[in-house]
Write a protein that binds this ligand. Sequence first.
Ligand SMILES: *Cc1c(COP(=O)(O)O)cnc(C)c1O
Length: 344
Amino acid sequence: MFSLERLVRPNIWHLAPYSSARDEYSGKEAHVFLDANENPYGAPYNRYPDPLQRELKKQIAKVKGIPEDMIFLGNGSDEAIDLPYRIFCEPGKDNVVAIQPTYGMYKVCADINDVEYRPVMLDDNFDFKAADLLKACDQHTKIIWICSPNNPTGNSLNRDEIIKVIEGFEGIVVVDEAYSDFAQQKTLRTELAKYPNLIVLNTMSKAWALAAIRLGMAFASKEIVAIYNKVKYPYNVNMLTQQQALEALKDPFEIDKWVKTILAERTRLMQAFQELPICEQVYKTDANFFLAKMTDAQKIYDYLVDKGIIVRNRTRVQLCNNCLRITIGMKSENNELLAALRQY
Ligand SMILES: *Cc1c(COP(=O)(O)O)cnc(C)c1O
Protein backbone atom coordinates (compact mmCIF):
# COMPACT_ATOMS: atom_id res chain seq x y z
CA MET A 1 0.00 0.00 0.00
CA PHE A 2 1.23 3.48 -0.88
CA SER A 3 1.86 5.60 2.21
CA LEU A 4 2.51 9.31 1.73
CA GLU A 5 3.31 9.74 5.41
CA ARG A 6 6.18 7.24 5.11
CA LEU A 7 7.73 9.33 2.30
CA VAL A 8 7.31 12.87 3.64
CA ARG A 9 10.01 14.26 5.98
CA PRO A 10 8.56 14.15 9.54
CA ASN A 11 9.16 17.91 10.09
CA ILE A 12 7.13 18.66 6.96
CA TRP A 13 4.40 16.16 7.77
CA HIS A 14 3.91 17.86 11.15
CA LEU A 15 4.48 21.42 9.90
CA ALA A 16 1.94 24.02 10.95
CA PRO A 17 2.02 26.35 7.92
CA TYR A 18 2.00 30.14 8.11
CA SER A 19 -1.55 31.36 8.22
CA SER A 20 -1.93 34.64 6.34
CA ALA A 21 -4.70 37.18 6.75
CA ARG A 22 -5.98 36.11 3.34
CA ASP A 23 -6.01 32.46 4.39
CA GLU A 24 -8.06 33.08 7.48
CA TYR A 25 -10.64 35.14 5.69
CA SER A 26 -11.85 34.32 2.20
CA GLY A 27 -15.26 35.41 1.11
CA LYS A 28 -16.95 37.88 -1.16
CA GLU A 29 -19.38 39.69 1.17
CA ALA A 30 -16.88 41.79 3.15
CA HIS A 31 -15.91 45.23 1.88
CA VAL A 32 -13.74 46.70 4.64
CA PHE A 33 -10.37 44.99 4.88
CA LEU A 34 -8.42 46.06 7.96
CA ASP A 35 -6.80 42.70 8.56
CA ALA A 36 -3.54 42.58 6.59
CA ASN A 37 -1.73 45.85 7.36
CA GLU A 38 -1.98 46.87 3.71
CA ASN A 39 -2.08 50.46 2.50
CA PRO A 40 -5.72 51.36 1.70
CA TYR A 41 -4.56 53.57 -1.22
CA GLY A 42 -3.15 52.50 -4.58
CA ALA A 43 -5.67 49.84 -5.72
CA PRO A 44 -5.48 47.23 -7.10
CA TYR A 45 -1.87 46.34 -6.27
CA ASN A 46 -2.08 47.45 -2.64
CA ARG A 47 -3.72 44.14 -1.69
CA TYR A 48 -2.04 40.77 -1.17
CA PRO A 49 -2.89 38.30 -3.93
CA ASP A 50 -4.88 35.10 -3.39
CA PRO A 51 -2.34 32.69 -1.82
CA LEU A 52 -4.08 29.71 -3.45
CA GLN A 53 -4.77 31.37 -6.85
CA ARG A 54 -8.34 30.07 -6.90
CA GLU A 55 -9.61 31.95 -9.99
CA LEU A 56 -6.60 30.91 -12.00
CA LYS A 57 -6.84 27.27 -10.93
CA LYS A 58 -10.49 27.20 -11.98
CA GLN A 59 -9.48 28.10 -15.55
CA ILE A 60 -6.42 25.82 -15.64
CA ALA A 61 -8.63 22.98 -14.38
CA LYS A 62 -10.88 23.44 -17.43
CA VAL A 63 -8.07 23.66 -19.97
CA LYS A 64 -6.00 20.80 -18.53
CA GLY A 65 -8.88 18.57 -17.39
CA ILE A 66 -7.56 18.31 -13.82
CA PRO A 67 -9.59 19.07 -10.64
CA GLU A 68 -8.56 22.32 -8.91
CA ASP A 69 -7.42 20.58 -5.74
CA MET A 70 -4.97 18.50 -7.78
CA ILE A 71 -3.17 21.61 -9.11
CA PHE A 72 -0.21 23.38 -7.51
CA LEU A 73 0.95 26.68 -9.05
CA GLY A 74 4.48 27.92 -8.54
CA ASN A 75 7.00 30.62 -9.40
CA GLY A 76 7.98 28.77 -12.61
CA SER A 77 8.55 25.02 -12.77
CA ASP A 78 11.66 25.86 -10.77
CA GLU A 79 9.56 26.05 -7.62
CA ALA A 80 7.62 22.89 -8.49
CA ILE A 81 10.99 21.11 -8.94
CA ASP A 82 12.60 22.43 -5.75
CA LEU A 83 9.68 21.73 -3.41
CA PRO A 84 9.70 17.90 -3.73
CA TYR A 85 13.28 17.91 -2.42
CA ARG A 86 12.26 19.96 0.58
CA ILE A 87 9.14 17.87 1.14
CA PHE A 88 10.51 14.35 0.69
CA CYS A 89 14.31 14.33 0.95
CA GLU A 90 16.30 14.34 4.18
CA PRO A 91 19.52 16.27 3.38
CA GLY A 92 22.69 14.18 3.58
CA LYS A 93 20.68 10.96 3.76
CA ASP A 94 18.13 10.50 0.98
CA ASN A 95 18.82 10.33 -2.76
CA VAL A 96 17.03 10.75 -6.09
CA VAL A 97 17.40 8.92 -9.41
CA ALA A 98 17.11 10.63 -12.81
CA ILE A 99 17.62 9.93 -16.49
CA GLN A 100 20.78 11.37 -18.03
CA PRO A 101 21.11 13.62 -20.02
CA THR A 102 18.16 15.73 -18.96
CA TYR A 103 17.09 19.17 -17.73
CA GLY A 104 19.75 20.68 -15.45
CA MET A 105 17.50 21.98 -12.67
CA TYR A 106 16.84 18.56 -11.12
CA LYS A 107 20.53 18.23 -10.25
CA VAL A 108 21.00 21.88 -9.21
CA CYS A 109 18.10 21.58 -6.75
CA ALA A 110 19.50 18.26 -5.47
CA ASP A 111 22.87 19.94 -4.83
CA ILE A 112 21.27 22.96 -3.12
CA ASN A 113 19.29 20.66 -0.86
CA ASP A 114 22.30 18.39 -0.18
CA VAL A 115 20.55 15.37 -1.69
CA GLU A 116 22.52 12.71 -3.59
CA TYR A 117 21.69 12.72 -7.33
CA ARG A 118 21.99 9.40 -9.19
CA PRO A 119 22.01 9.82 -12.98
CA VAL A 120 21.18 6.78 -15.18
CA MET A 121 22.42 7.09 -18.75
CA LEU A 122 19.87 6.88 -21.58
CA ASP A 123 20.59 4.41 -24.41
CA ASP A 124 21.76 5.32 -27.93
CA ASN A 125 18.16 6.08 -28.93
CA PHE A 126 17.89 8.51 -25.98
CA ASP A 127 15.39 6.12 -24.39
CA PHE A 128 15.45 3.95 -21.27
CA LYS A 129 14.32 0.75 -19.59
CA ALA A 130 12.34 0.96 -16.34
CA ALA A 131 14.47 -1.82 -14.86
CA ASP A 132 17.64 0.29 -15.18
CA LEU A 133 16.13 3.22 -13.27
CA LEU A 134 14.70 0.91 -10.60
CA LYS A 135 18.07 -0.84 -10.22
CA ALA A 136 19.67 2.49 -9.27
CA CYS A 137 17.27 2.93 -6.33
CA ASP A 138 17.76 1.86 -2.74
CA GLN A 139 15.77 2.32 0.47
CA HIS A 140 16.80 6.01 0.62
CA THR A 141 15.59 6.86 -2.91
CA LYS A 142 12.63 9.23 -2.55
CA ILE A 143 12.16 10.61 -6.08
CA ILE A 144 12.69 9.47 -9.68
CA TRP A 145 12.92 12.30 -12.25
CA ILE A 146 11.73 11.69 -15.80
CA CYS A 147 11.42 14.38 -18.46
CA SER A 148 9.28 13.61 -21.50
CA PRO A 149 9.63 15.03 -24.12
CA ASN A 150 13.16 15.16 -22.77
CA ASN A 151 15.39 18.22 -22.77
CA PRO A 152 17.94 18.42 -24.44
CA THR A 153 17.30 15.30 -26.57
CA GLY A 154 13.78 16.34 -27.68
CA ASN A 155 12.23 12.87 -27.89
CA SER A 156 9.34 11.52 -25.85
CA LEU A 157 10.39 8.58 -23.71
CA ASN A 158 8.68 5.22 -24.01
CA ARG A 159 5.35 5.65 -22.21
CA ASP A 160 5.02 1.99 -21.18
CA GLU A 161 8.44 2.13 -19.54
CA ILE A 162 7.49 5.32 -17.67
CA ILE A 163 4.38 3.57 -16.37
CA LYS A 164 6.49 0.57 -15.31
CA VAL A 165 8.62 2.95 -13.25
CA ILE A 166 5.56 4.52 -11.61
CA GLU A 167 4.11 1.07 -10.83
CA GLY A 168 7.40 -0.45 -9.74
CA PHE A 169 8.61 2.34 -7.41
CA GLU A 170 7.30 3.02 -3.92
CA GLY A 171 8.55 6.61 -3.86
CA ILE A 172 7.55 9.66 -5.89
CA VAL A 173 7.88 9.75 -9.69
CA VAL A 174 7.98 13.23 -11.22
CA VAL A 175 7.32 13.39 -14.97
CA ASP A 176 8.20 16.82 -16.37
CA GLU A 177 5.94 17.46 -19.36
CA ALA A 178 7.08 21.04 -20.05
CA TYR A 179 6.88 20.30 -23.79
CA SER A 180 3.73 18.14 -23.87
CA ASP A 181 1.75 20.82 -25.76
CA PHE A 182 3.98 20.09 -28.76
CA ALA A 183 4.02 16.32 -28.37
CA GLN A 184 2.27 13.50 -30.19
CA GLN A 185 2.68 11.26 -27.16
CA LYS A 186 -0.25 11.13 -24.73
CA THR A 187 0.19 13.07 -21.49
CA LEU A 188 0.44 11.19 -18.20
CA ARG A 189 -1.65 13.70 -16.26
CA THR A 190 -4.76 11.71 -17.27
CA GLU A 191 -3.41 8.79 -15.17
CA LEU A 192 -3.17 10.69 -11.88
CA ALA A 193 -6.23 9.03 -10.34
CA LYS A 194 -4.50 5.67 -10.74
CA TYR A 195 -1.10 6.64 -9.33
CA PRO A 196 -0.86 8.29 -5.88
CA ASN A 197 2.95 8.55 -6.29
CA LEU A 198 2.87 10.51 -9.58
CA ILE A 199 3.58 14.24 -10.04
CA VAL A 200 3.26 15.71 -13.56
CA LEU A 201 4.84 19.11 -14.28
CA ASN A 202 3.65 21.69 -16.81
CA THR A 203 4.65 25.29 -17.47
CA MET A 204 3.36 28.44 -19.12
CA SER A 205 6.92 29.16 -20.35
CA LYS A 206 6.90 27.19 -23.61
CA ALA A 207 3.76 26.68 -25.73
CA TRP A 208 1.87 29.31 -23.72
CA ALA A 209 4.48 31.93 -24.60
CA LEU A 210 4.65 33.35 -21.07
CA ALA A 211 8.19 32.57 -19.89
CA ALA A 212 8.49 36.08 -18.42
CA ILE A 213 5.60 35.79 -15.97
CA ARG A 214 7.02 32.66 -14.23
CA LEU A 215 4.14 30.26 -13.83
CA GLY A 216 4.77 26.55 -13.36
CA MET A 217 2.29 23.81 -12.51
CA ALA A 218 2.39 20.50 -10.69
CA PHE A 219 -0.50 18.08 -11.03
CA ALA A 220 -0.74 15.38 -8.35
CA SER A 221 -3.05 13.78 -5.79
CA LYS A 222 -4.82 16.30 -3.61
CA GLU A 223 -2.79 15.00 -0.65
CA ILE A 224 0.51 15.82 -2.37
CA VAL A 225 -0.81 19.21 -3.56
CA ALA A 226 -1.86 20.03 0.01
CA ILE A 227 1.72 19.44 1.19
CA TYR A 228 3.12 21.56 -1.64
CA ASN A 229 0.77 24.35 -0.52
CA LYS A 230 1.86 24.01 3.08
CA VAL A 231 5.58 24.39 2.22
CA LYS A 232 5.48 27.09 -0.49
CA TYR A 233 5.94 30.79 0.27
CA PRO A 234 2.50 32.17 1.17
CA TYR A 235 2.23 34.51 -1.86
CA ASN A 236 4.44 32.60 -4.29
CA VAL A 237 2.49 33.64 -7.42
CA ASN A 238 2.07 37.40 -7.60
CA MET A 239 -1.07 39.19 -8.76
CA LEU A 240 0.39 40.44 -12.07
CA THR A 241 1.29 36.86 -13.02
CA GLN A 242 -2.15 35.58 -12.03
CA GLN A 243 -3.81 38.27 -14.16
CA GLN A 244 -1.64 37.69 -17.23
CA ALA A 245 -2.16 33.92 -17.04
CA LEU A 246 -5.94 34.39 -16.75
CA GLU A 247 -5.82 36.62 -19.83
CA ALA A 248 -3.99 33.95 -21.86
CA LEU A 249 -6.33 31.19 -20.68
CA LYS A 250 -9.33 33.07 -22.09
CA ASP A 251 -8.21 32.02 -25.56
CA PRO A 252 -6.59 28.58 -25.39
CA PHE A 253 -7.11 28.10 -29.14
CA GLU A 254 -4.54 30.80 -29.87
CA ILE A 255 -1.97 28.38 -28.44
CA ASP A 256 -3.04 25.62 -30.83
CA LYS A 257 -2.40 27.95 -33.78
CA TRP A 258 1.08 28.81 -32.53
CA VAL A 259 1.87 25.15 -31.89
CA LYS A 260 0.79 24.19 -35.43
CA THR A 261 2.95 26.93 -36.96
CA ILE A 262 5.95 25.97 -34.83
CA LEU A 263 5.60 22.27 -35.71
CA ALA A 264 5.43 23.04 -39.44
CA GLU A 265 8.53 25.20 -39.15
CA ARG A 266 10.22 22.41 -37.20
CA THR A 267 9.68 19.97 -40.07
CA ARG A 268 11.02 22.47 -42.58
CA LEU A 269 14.07 23.36 -40.49
CA MET A 270 14.95 19.74 -39.72
CA GLN A 271 14.78 18.84 -43.41
CA ALA A 272 17.04 21.74 -44.29
CA PHE A 273 19.52 20.67 -41.58
CA GLN A 274 19.65 17.16 -43.03
CA GLU A 275 20.91 18.65 -46.28
CA LEU A 276 23.66 20.73 -44.66
CA PRO A 277 27.13 19.25 -45.24
CA ILE A 278 28.11 20.35 -41.69
CA CYS A 279 25.21 18.42 -40.12
CA GLU A 280 25.78 14.71 -39.47
CA GLN A 281 22.51 13.77 -37.83
CA VAL A 282 19.16 15.26 -36.88
CA TYR A 283 17.51 13.49 -33.97
CA LYS A 284 13.78 12.88 -33.80
CA THR A 285 11.87 15.24 -31.54
CA ASP A 286 8.46 15.71 -29.93
CA ALA A 287 9.16 19.27 -28.70
CA ASN A 288 9.65 22.83 -30.01
CA PHE A 289 13.38 22.23 -30.50
CA PHE A 290 15.62 19.57 -31.96
CA LEU A 291 19.10 18.26 -31.43
CA ALA A 292 21.53 18.15 -34.36
CA LYS A 293 24.94 16.47 -34.48
CA MET A 294 27.36 18.73 -36.32
CA THR A 295 30.87 18.28 -37.69
CA ASP A 296 32.22 20.74 -35.11
CA ALA A 297 29.58 22.08 -32.72
CA GLN A 298 31.90 24.47 -30.86
CA LYS A 299 33.22 26.19 -34.00
CA ILE A 300 29.76 26.42 -35.57
CA TYR A 301 28.32 27.76 -32.32
CA ASP A 302 31.02 30.48 -32.13
CA TYR A 303 30.46 31.34 -35.80
CA LEU A 304 26.72 31.78 -35.19
CA VAL A 305 27.32 33.90 -32.07
CA ASP A 306 29.50 36.18 -34.22
CA LYS A 307 26.50 36.66 -36.48
CA GLY A 308 24.22 37.41 -33.53
CA ILE A 309 22.44 34.05 -33.68
CA ILE A 310 22.35 32.08 -30.45
CA VAL A 311 21.63 28.36 -30.31
CA ARG A 312 22.36 26.04 -27.39
CA ASN A 313 25.73 24.30 -27.48
CA ARG A 314 25.27 20.89 -25.85
CA THR A 315 28.59 19.36 -26.95
CA ARG A 316 29.83 18.92 -23.39
CA VAL A 317 26.70 17.02 -22.32
CA GLN A 318 27.08 13.22 -22.13
CA LEU A 319 25.71 11.47 -25.27
CA CYS A 320 25.41 14.88 -26.98
CA ASN A 321 28.98 15.25 -28.26
CA ASN A 322 29.05 17.81 -31.11
CA CYS A 323 25.35 18.53 -30.71
CA LEU A 324 23.58 21.85 -30.99
CA ARG A 325 20.06 22.31 -29.67
CA ILE A 326 17.96 24.45 -31.95
CA THR A 327 14.78 26.14 -30.71
CA ILE A 328 12.21 26.70 -33.45
CA GLY A 329 11.82 30.44 -33.99
CA MET A 330 9.77 32.56 -36.34
CA LYS A 331 10.10 31.78 -40.04
CA SER A 332 12.36 34.80 -40.61
CA GLU A 333 14.63 33.78 -37.71
CA ASN A 334 14.85 30.20 -38.92
CA ASN A 335 15.73 31.45 -42.41
CA GLU A 336 18.48 33.64 -40.99
CA LEU A 337 19.94 30.63 -39.16
CA LEU A 338 19.83 28.50 -42.32
CA ALA A 339 21.38 31.22 -44.47
CA ALA A 340 24.24 31.58 -41.99
CA LEU A 341 24.85 27.83 -41.82
CA ARG A 342 24.83 27.50 -45.61
CA GLN A 343 27.58 30.11 -45.75
CA TYR A 344 29.69 28.39 -43.11
C1 LIG B 1 11.92 25.01 -20.04
C2 LIG B 1 11.69 23.90 -19.11
C3 LIG B 1 10.91 24.06 -17.98
C4 LIG B 1 10.27 25.38 -17.67
O1 LIG B 1 10.73 25.93 -16.51
P1 LIG B 1 9.99 27.25 -15.94
O2 LIG B 1 10.67 27.45 -14.64
O3 LIG B 1 8.54 26.88 -15.81
O4 LIG B 1 10.20 28.34 -16.93
C5 LIG B 1 10.66 22.98 -17.16
N1 LIG B 1 11.17 21.77 -17.45
C6 LIG B 1 11.92 21.56 -18.54
C7 LIG B 1 12.42 20.21 -18.85
C8 LIG B 1 12.22 22.61 -19.41
O5 LIG B 1 12.98 22.39 -20.48
